[in-house]
Design a protein around this ligand. Structure first.
Ligand SMILES: [Zn+2]
Length: 165
């Protein structure tokens, strides 16, 4: 991810906290350009925005937001994940009302994607690696389907036994 590489060129200068939001002044290392990354909630980086407006326009978190994320060691917030990366892309409009359970699921999902991306990027450069990962994922999918079948059957049996007793 280019934005992550570029994020290393920036430093967080000042952190301005107010009652409603936290503002991070992100400055280019050795430069004079300054960007303001603002968010509602320090821990979850809710409603994050940046003065460069890249995130607002393109839906991709800019390198300035990345600096803040990396510095805080925060997980990728749900709002920074493009809708097509989330499982419930169709209900994107209801994202704001998503309950805590779903937002945790989204965070975990995007974290896994973040981890997988560089691995798969590298794997796609080599046929051997590509085949290896394809096999792993296909085996995982097959196993998942089998587990679902077995679970489906066993719960059926339980139902019947419950009826008999
Ligand atoms: Zn920015």
């Amino acid at each position: 991810m280019k934005e992550i590489t570029r994020a290393t060129l920036y430093d967080i200068g000042e952190i301005l906290e107010s009652d409603v939001s936290t503002k991070y002044i992100v400055a280019a290392r050795g430069g004079t350009k300054v960007f303001e990354v603002e968010c509602d909630d320090e821990e979850t980086l809710g409603n994050v925005s940046c003065s460069c407006l890249k995130f607002e326009c393109e839906g991709i978190p800019c390198c300035h937001i990345m600096v803040v994320l990396i510095t805080l060691g925060a997980a990728m917030p749900q709002c920074c994940v493009l809708n097509r990366w989330t499982l419930n892309a169709k209900s994107a409009s209801s994202l704001e009302t998503t309950d805590h359970v779903n937002s945790m699921k989204g965070t975990r999902f995007s974290e896994l994607l973040m981890l997988a991306k560089p691995v798969f990027e590298e794997a796609s450069c080599s046929i051997d690696e590509y085949m290896r990962w394809k096999e792993i994922l296909e085996a995982e999918l097959k196993g998942k389907r089998k587990r679902e079948d077995i679970e489906g059957e066993s719960s059926g049996i339980e139902d019947r036994e419950w009826l008999r007793s």
